[in-house]
Design a protein around this ligand. Structure first.
Ligand code: HEC
Length: 265
């Protein structure tokens, strides 16, 4: 019995190692470095909305241990202020939008498949803002995937982000079109937990965004800005998401997001 368990574990380790070490070749996409103060301010706001600043990577982008568990292993969101010093802009672009690290392997747990849609202009503004942020000294080390996480990779439940990315960033003009803006924000800001098709995700426990059909405009604003659902209902984690991230959305963005979520097929 013990031998069978040991052999299964060994097989999962070997099979997952192939997935973890698989090499990808990113498209080389050069981004402009931004110096315009208005655009840098926009970079700060978007870094909050999308969860780089004040989200998974910590409130000073100093990094964080997202999970530490005997079976799942250790998932680290690295210190972004240090990554900015070590990596070139094309290398950073490849990680964020293509899910491919500088060593050619895929990221896991970082929502690159959603960020793949991000426009050049927004990503340039965000990266330029983070580059100017004061260097933080924390170092939480590397992720170390445990047996259960590796099993999820092997069984297909946890795909390599580099496999599921869109192949092209969104066009800048979509932001000027109300319906496309809503779709854009849903993909870049919500799909990371609610699933690429917005139909919910077992991994995060987030439901289908069809729920928004039952919301009116004021209720949806309250959920985004304060994290409270209709009837003063507390929804897990939403208060923190609202204060750290979605309260930085503009009213127009929140309305566009709602219109898209209510009318999508
Ligand atoms: C970090 C993960 C995460 C992100 C990002 C996220 N959500 Fe959620 N969301 C959740 C989880 C988890 C739940 C379910 C919580 C519960 O039921 O306790 C949820 C629930 C909801 C609900 C249902 C609320 C209800 O009435 O029960 C709506 C609507 C919603 N989210 C909208 C959004 C929108 C719009 C975005 C993007 C702007 C978004 N969420 C981004 C994790 C997330």
């Amino acid at each position: 019995m013990l031998t069978v368990a040991w052999m299964s574990a060994a097989w999962i380790y070997l099979a997952s190692r192939q997935i973890i070490t698989h090499q990808y070749v990113p498209d080389v996409r050069n981004l402009a470095s931004v110096t315009d103060p208005d655009l840098l301010e926009e970079g700060e706001r978007l870094a909050q909305v999308y969860g780089c600043y004040g989200g998974c990577h910590g409130d000073r982008m100093q990094g964080a241990v997202i999970q530490e568990h005997p079976l799942n292993g250790r998932l680290v969101a690295p210190n972004l202020t240090q990554s900015m010093q070590r990596l070139s802009l094309p290398e950073l672009e490849a990680i964020v939008r293509q899910g491919i690290r500088a060593d050619g392997t895929s990221v896991f747990g970082m929502p690159s498949a959603s960020f793949a849609a991000m426009t050049d202009r927004e990503l340039s503004a965000i990266l330029s803002f983070i580059r100017r942020y004061p260097l933080q000294s924390e170092n939480y080390g590397q992720s170390d995937h445990g047996l259960l996480t590796r099993w999820r990779m092997v069984s297909g439940a946890l795909p390599a982000e580099a496999e599921i990315r869109y192949h092209q960033p969104w066009r800048e003009t979509f932001r000027g079109n109300e319906n496309r803006l809503g779709e854009y924000l849903a993909v870049v800001a919500c799909a990371q937990c609610h699933g690429q098709d917005l139909e919910g995700s077992e991994t995060t426990g987030a439901p289908s965004l069809d729920r928004v059909h039952d919301y009116d405009r004021f209720e949806f604003r309250a959920l985004m800005e304060e994290g409270v659902a209709p009837g003063a209902r507390e929804v897990g984690g939403k208060r923190r998401l609202a204060s750290a991230r979605y309260s930085r959305l503009t009213d127009d963005e929140i309305d566009a997001l709602m219109v898209f979520l209510k009318t999508r097929p």
